[in-house]
Design a protein around this ligand. Structure first.
Ligand code: FAD
Length: 379
């Protein structure tokens, strides 16, 4: 049987990003995935490739690198970029203060902040579809040019096909990895041989990765998501968020100015806060919107989705986007591992074995940077 330079366990975005980075370094690669296709967080997410709002230092740096890799792969693999840029509707003056402070940081360098007096000129400045946003009571509008959106459920299989056909990455679908020792990988489909192994298990923390991650304080975070149909003519100007994203994403929420916003949200939106709800709205090529999300933390996945959470997400959408017709098309949950200590973990088990896991719900945006960091001191 062929011996690989590298075997990757898990065909989510973290595993595939490792495959891409390994091929750039000249390695032969096999990805082993226990399902017949990726069904984890990587296909359940918004497909929102974000830079602004990522926590400073490593995560922001990884996000910038990953965004550029995504841009190059999407072109080569034919993965459509559905829309670009993100808009944060600042409803409260405190949110405007956070956005304004962000602009004065290195991370805000290419972003723009618009005040109410500017709103009517935005279309003439070249920004399209601003009328989709509800700006009647908004204190400001933060624009970031860095982000873009892919349709993850299509993009992830397309990326796997491209890795396989163009970069000669081998895939073994439907095989569960039980253990790795020396150069052998034992799976439900037999034994494979390799020089090195990276386990990228996603939220599957009770399987092979368990013993290697035992010293880290990792919980599971369950999120509720919806796909909704709104009026046909509504086209979003980009991805859309609002105040509670500024209070949640660390690139904004770590700024001293965010404290007043958090206090205000705690007072005015206690139920949203309890369910960890903030708004992200992105659009698909058929016009439908993917909206979310909520955050429930625990030792196991929360398998019981609550209608009340969906209602709160929809309420927030109604405060942020103009629409009159509305229908829910799909509901689903997703799970990611979460740590209050680290945004991501590279566990260096031995010279031949590492575990890589994103513990901040940002893997679509940071996986290529994480893989690069993992290999830079190893391969
Ligand atoms: C609802 C939701 C929305 C999100 N939105 C965004 C977003 O818009 N932008 C963003 O940047 N991030 C987002 N995230 C986070 C992002 O999706 C994750 O960080 C990322 O997908 C994690 O990728 P992964 O490869 O580690 O995990 P996964 O995609 O879960 O893949 C792990 C794979 O490993 C396989 N596996 C595990 N154990 C074994 C084994 N023993 N043998 C074989 N295979 C195994 C699993 O079957 C699985 O396919 C979101 C997450 C969720 C849940």
């Amino acid at each position: 049987m062929k011996k690989y330079d590298l075997v990757i366990v898990g065909a989510g975005i973290v595993g595939m990003a490792h495959a891409y980075e390994a091929v750039q370094r000249g390695l032969s690669v096999l990805i082993i995935e226990k399902n017949q296709s990726c069904v984890g967080a990587s296909v359940r997410n918004f497909g929102f490739i974000t830079v602004s709002g990522q926590s400073s230092k490593d995560t922001w740096r990884r996000a910038r690198y990953s965004r550029d890799v995504w841009a190059s792969i999407s072109e080569k693999a034919g993965i459509p970029i559905i829309h670009r840029g993100s808009w944060i509707v600042c409803q409260r003056p405190e949110a405007l203060d956070v956005a304004s402070a962000f602009l004065n940081t290195d991370m805000g360098a290419d972003c723009q902040l618009f005040r109410p007096k500017d709103f009517s000129h935005l279309e003439s400045l070249g920004f399209k579809n601003i009328s989709a946003l509800r700006l009647d009571h908004a204190a400001g509008l933060l624009y970031s040019p860095h982000e873009f959106r892919v349709e993850s459920r299509e993009a992830i299989p397309m990326m796997a096909d491209w890795l396989s056909s163009s970069l000669k990455v081998d895939f073994c679908w439907g095989a569960e990895v039980f253990s790795c020792d020396d150069s052998q990988i034992h799976t439900s489909a037999g034994t494979f041989y390799t020089e090195k192994v990276v386990i990228c298990p996603g939220a599957d923390l009770s399987g092979i990765a368990k013993k290697y991650l035992a010293q880290h304080d990792i919980q599971l975070c369950t999120l509720q998501m919806l796909r909704v149909k709104v009026d046909d003519h509504i086209i979003l100007p980009g991805s859309v968020m609002t105040d509670n994203s500024l209070a949640r994403y660390l690139g904004w929420a770590d700024l001293p100015e965010a404290l007043a916003l958090k206090v205000k949200i705690q007072k005015e939106m206690p139920e949203f806060l309890k369910e960890g709800i903030h708004l992200i709205a992105v659009q698909s090529s058929d016009g439908s919107l993917v909206i979310g999300d909520s955050h429930q933390y625990g030792n196991v996945e929360d398998v019981f989705a609550k209608d009340r959470i969906d209602q709160l997400i929809i309420e927030l959408l109604g405060q942020t986007i103009n629409f009159s017709q509305f229908k829910v098309l799909e509901r689903w949950t997703g799970v990611y591992p979460s740590s209050s200590q680290q945004d991501a973990i590279i566990e260096k088990v031995s010279d031949s074995l590492r575990v890589a896991v994103v513990t901040s719900g940002t893997g679509a945006s940071t996986a290529f940077g994480l893989a690069k960091d993992n290999f830079d001191d190893w391969i």
